[in-house]
Design a protein around this ligand. Structure first.
Ligand SMILES: [Fe+2]
Ligand SMILES: [Fe+2]
Length: 184
């Protein structure tokens, strides 16, 4: 589609790049700072989840998502650079809460059981869904603000979060849920 650039009063389109509200840009930046905190927090937290898991498939999935998560941090640093800002982490209460929930599942289940693995998957999928919601929303907003390069970066991470979530579902459905159902 051709961009409308004539006339003194152009219609708003999804590709609006001019005169975007400073408050909206600020809201966008805030969302990025929040995710930056969340992803850094996950880099510290995922090794604990991995160590608490028993199934090799689950351990492997968490390990590979840990590597991806480090990449998410690096992508957000690129986003800050494109925004002309220094990376700033703003405490994400939601991610802190989700992590605490994961930790209490570990405390409340027995080591070496499939039941604990099921709990770890449940907690991890809540984290992935939070990330999917955040990256999905911020990707849309970046597109609206005409921040194409930033939108591309957010979209790449969004795809990895969705795949991580699907992988967890597959692991749960293919083995762990059944094993847990048979545990005493
Ligand atoms: Fe992530
Ligand atoms: Fe993730």
């Amino acid at each position: 589609m051709k961009k409308q650039d004539s006339g003194s009063n152009p219609k708003l389109s999804a590709k609006t790049t001019v005169a975007a509200s400073p408050a909206l840009k600020e809201l966008f930046k805030d969302g990025i700072c929040d995710l930056y905190w969340a992803e850094n927090h996950l880099v510290k937290n995922l090794p604990k989840m991995m160590a608490s898991a028993t199934s090799p498939a689950l351990k492997g999935a968490i390990e590979s998502h840990l590597t991806e998560t480090k990449g998410h941090v690096a992508r957000l640093e690129q986003v800050f650079e494109l925004l002309g800002e220094k990376p700033i982490a703003k405490k994400c209460d939601a991610m802190e809460g989700l992590s605490k929930e994961g930790e209490s599942i570990i405390e409340e289940t027995e080591a070496g059981t499939a039941t604990r693995d099921v709990g770890i998957i449940l907690a991890s999928q809540k984290v992935e869904h939070y990330e999917i919601a955040s990256y999905g929303g911020l990707f849309q907003l970046a597109t609206t603000l005409g921040l194409t390069e930033i939108a591309d970066l957010l979209e790449q991470t969004l795809a990895e979060e969705k795949l991580a979530d699907t992988k967890l579902t597959d692991i749960a459905e293919s083995e762990i849920n059944y094993e847990a159902a048979e545990e005493a």
